[in-house]
Write a protein that binds this ligand. Structure first.
Ligand SMILES: C[S@@+](CC[C@H](N)C(=O)[O-])C[C@H]1O[C@@H](n2cnc3c(N)ncnc32)[C@H](O)[C@@H]1O
Length: 223
């Protein structure tokens, strides 16, 4: 999601900042993803995917998880990678396939949820921009294990995950990780980029919120 900052704050801030405007029954299904795609779909690729791509000497096999209409997918394809683009929303995949600036021969798409995710083995790069946190909390451990198992030794994960001080923490919409949990998830990896962002801002749809985000690029180590 494009976090538009209205203010930058240090790690300590009043608890009122955590008050959540979303009701507990507001699940990921209730997000207006089409409005989000309309607003952000043509924005440039994110720093995390660019950092990851720049670290490879040649193109390989990538998976873009929660690809939306392909804001990052188009860049991965542009660099001649084979891409498996996955999203739960059929309209995301339809929007991606409707683009006229992509090499379809390099692209495979699947409508699939994180809760039921199956991945091929031997993937060089798994990207997940602002998407994995929408996985149901009960499925999180399995999802992360599936991702880590699919990435080859020396392959990379890039993405953006919500932290536990995010204002959507108690909304029932996202699964937030503490910094310790994030670091624990990254134990099989060598960290190449780790930025923790916290600030008041707005979503691309204009909703006021407090952002707590981990921006990550990490390279899978030999076991
Ligand atoms: C904030 S959007 C990000 C889209 C894209 N990665 C980008 O950066 O523009 C989150 C995406 O995750 C997808 N998503 C949310 N929950 C999901 C789930 N449980 N399984 C698979 N995809 C999901 C949504 O459909 C949406 O396209």
């Amino acid at each position: 999601m494009d976090n538009q900052n209205t203010n930058s704050t240090p790690n300590s801030f009043p608890n009122s900042a955590l008050d959540c405007s979303d009701s507990p029954q507001n699940t990921a299904e209730k997000r207006d993803w089409q409005a989000y795609y309309n607003e952000t779909g043509n924005r440039p690729p994110r720093k995390t995917i660019l950092t990851a791509l720049n670290s490879f000497s040649q193109p390989g096999k990538a998976v873009d998880l929660g690809c939306g209409v392909g804001r990052d997918t188009v860049e991965i394809l542009r660099r001649n990678w084979q891409v498996l683009a996955i999203d739960k929303q059929p309209e995301a995949i339809a929007g991606l396939l409707a683009r006229d600036n992509i090499n379809r021969e390099l692209l495979t798409t699947q409508v699939m949820s994180f809760e039921e995710l199956q991945l091929p083995q031997g993937v060089d790069l798994i990207n997940a921009s602002f998407s994995l946190s929408f996985c149901h909390k009960d499925a999180w451990n399995n999802l992360w294990e599936t991702i880590t198992n699919a990435i080859s030794i020396g392959g990379r994960f890039s993405g953006n995950l919500f932290g536990d001080r995010d204002s959507w923490r108690d909304s029932g919409m996202i699964h937030c990780l503490s910094r310790e949990e994030m670091e624990s998830c990254l134990k099989p990896y060598e960290i190449e980029l780790f930025e923790e962002e916290e600030n008041f801002g707005k979503t691309p749809l204009g909703e006021e919120r407090y952002w707590h985000i981990f921006h990550v690029v990490a390279r899978k180590k030999a076991e």
